[in-house]
Design a protein around this ligand. Sequence first.
Ligand SMILES: Nc1ncnc2c1ncn2[C@@H]1O[C@H](COP(=O)(O)OP(=O)(O)OP(=O)(O)O)[C@@H](O)[C@H]1O
Length: 343
Amino acid sequence: MHEVLSKAKKTAVTPKNVLTVEGLKAYYINEHFGVRREVRAVDDISLTVQRNEVYGIAGESSSGKSSLIKTLAGAIRPPMRVVDGSVKFDFGGQSIDVYGAPEQLKPARWRHLSYIMQGSMNVLNPVRRVKHSFHDFAYRHMGLSGAAFWSKVRQHLERLGLDPDVLEAFPHQLSGGMRQRITIALATVCEPEFIIADEPTTALDVLVQQDVLGLIKDVQARMQASIIFVTHDMSVHAAITDRLAIMYAGRLAEEGATQALFDNPQHPYTAHLIGSLPRIGDVRVRKSLPGKPPALSDPPSGCRFHPRCPLAIERCSREVPLMQPSATGGRVACFRAGEVVAA
Ligand SMILES: Nc1ncnc2c1ncn2[C@@H]1O[C@H](COP(=O)(O)OP(=O)(O)OP(=O)(O)O)[C@@H](O)[C@H]1O
């Protein structure tokens, strides 16, 4: 009875937002011969991620996706610096203020928070068997004796459809898809509440990609974990995410439920990203956007998208549009939201 009550209590106090990001600014700051150069890769971003939610981040290359999630994971190194804002996790009562109290983060890594980096297949040491990677990364976080630890690892691999014999293999003996599956097994063996994944499937061919996406979704559903999933590939977002944020030049352009965003984009850049997806039977020639993404060391005034935007008006070059509630229940940073026509 007590157990039931304490479980109910625990559920009742579990906060909805596992991650709360407020006004986050993280810049690459270099100084050469007294000249300071700032690349504003993450510029005033606020967002929340809830428990049991897959939150996607999309945007073209160099829009700041990797910089943002490195900052969220507390994995930044000079010349990158957080210059303002906060990143806070709340794991059912255990709070972590990533930049206010950085010492709180280390014990939470792997146990509560795991980060699958771009090219993370490389975390597997090429000259050591896979089992050594599991030992190095997970053993001390799981608090289990040797035999119990290996039994848990083998069970976990089996649940993910992997033969536990892969533990004896060297990474070079395995295919790219297999190495990526093992990396996911490694990142999830401690059953973290929060997983941050940066382009985990981009290097894989389409069939293997689908398989690995299915695996990530299964693991997430089984553990009721939250995931931030970064990729420039909108079709992957359509397949896997619950909510989606669109990044442009270091800022959020739009955020909303993935389906609503695909059905009714509120920002012209979102409409462009969705419109450029190939569709079976549609033979129209896709229009590309004029111009190039801006240099983040010297971004355009006002809305950073305005030099490329088909709907830009004079105001857009003067004033920075802030994220406001959108007509479809999300948020959008555009003075002309609502006038966007989906392609
Ligand atoms: N070490 C660094 N020093 C200075 N600028 C950097 C550094 N690393 C990245 N940048 C710049 O920060 C900006 C954002 O890069 P980031 O890698 O976060 O983008 P991205 O959206 O993840 O791109 P991709 O999809 O190609 O990985 C880019 O303009 C990039 O040139």
